[in-house]
Write a protein that binds this ligand. Sequence first.
Ligand SMILES: Cc1cc2nc3c(=O)[nH]c(=O)nc-3n(C[C@H](O)[C@H](O)[C@H](O)COP(=O)(O)OP(=O)(O)OC[C@H]3O[C@@H](n4cnc5c(N)ncnc54)[C@H](O)[C@@H]3O)c2cc1C
Length: 407
Amino acid sequence: MKTIPPEKKHYDLVIIGGGVSGAALFYALSKYSTVKSIAIIEKYESFGQVNSKWNNNSQTLHTGDIETNYSLEKASIVKPAALMVSRYASSLKETKANKIIFPVSKMVLAVGKKEVVQLEKRYQLDTVRRSYPRLYSPQSNLIPEQSISHGHGLAVDVADPSKLWIATHYGLLLLENEKDLYRVGKSRDDYMGFSVHPTDPSIFFTSGHPSRGGNLGFQRSDDGGATWKKISNGANGPVDFHAMAISPVNPNLIYGWYAGNLERSEDQGATWKIVNREIAAVYLSADSENESKLYAATPRGQGVMVSEDKGTTWQALSPALEGGAVSVVAVHPQNAQILLVFSQRLGGLGKSNDGGQTWTRVNESFGGEAVLHITFSRIDASIVYALTHENKLFKSSDAGDTWVQIR
Ligand SMILES: Cc1cc2nc3c(=O)[nH]c(=O)nc-3n(C[C@H](O)[C@H](O)[C@H](O)COP(=O)(O)OP(=O)(O)OC[C@H]3O[C@@H](n4cnc5c(N)ncnc54)[C@H](O)[C@@H]3O)c2cc1C
């Protein structure tokens, strides 16, 4: 912009006030209008000294969710504008974005009986629920998260394939639309074992160890991972299941592997018994058609083992997988003949369309990393996710034949 000499003292436009509004107007008009000369007058010695001073306001985005004084009409107008700011921030490189904007949790408090009733009423309105679904979802305490680390379990939401649950060393994460990552609930426990109920999207099961030490036993959440309660210790517990599986055919049937023993519960985790002391399972998958059938990926040359009697006895599934470690085995939810494994003998991901008799090596290197977890979507079984040992996330949209890295 051209600088006008002070003696001229004539401007096409004078903006009074050098806060964020004045400065933004000044910038926008200088850049995008035909106004030839603009002056900005500020009564203090420099700009942005009053409301716009960085430490004079709390600087949160007003999306209308916690602004209880906004009419619903106003909330719906401010939301798209406020989200432009966060969208802009998410388009920046992480290092740059981290310098100017941070995800923080927000809260609304009502003080006083009348105010509580008023607030509850506002948030029970369907219009509010639709605009701000996260305020009401069972996972209302979602905290934005930057990255996945130490993934120990993976499951596509059984009701909504845009949600991917990731159990980690530091609690449960949720990835929405392959983009927005959140921490779920307050727990930072290490979920070594993680299974979701095959039909009820709010019920999850975990085992592992708490951040303070010891073992968790077997836990259940009825609110999509927001809170957990211990159901039982497991056999010889409290257990720390490093592999877990729930039968999609009979959700009362759950398996867990702990300290060299395979345990089975037939009452959804209330009671457990050890059914096998030999199988070395690093990963368990229950068959999607046959209630008694269970697969185990093994680390020491047995390949994939299969049991036809709910984990009591086992035999090797396929000679093609024997002689090398297998880190994961997954069963297609609608066609139990289709299996995916990550196998040393196959040199990567393998797919079988005949229940494990023959295998095809899938042409995907996963960045040279080992795949430790695979999950099919139950709603749309062509969608599959895979998590590697360095927490890279891959997606297949054709039941495991081809893959793209999404994180
Ligand atoms: C405690 C607090 C918390 C807030 N939290 C948030 C938040 O979380 N999110 C959010 O989006 N907003 C928040 N706001 C609001 C936000 O800070 C303001 O809306 C915004 O800064 C207003 O910018 P402005 O440029 O319009 O006004 P100001 O920043 O107040 O700028 C006006 C300028 O005009 C100057 N001026 C006034 N009179 C004259 C005059 N006669 N001659 C010359 N100069 C003059 C002043 O010195 C000042 O520099 C908060 C505000 C406060 C006080």
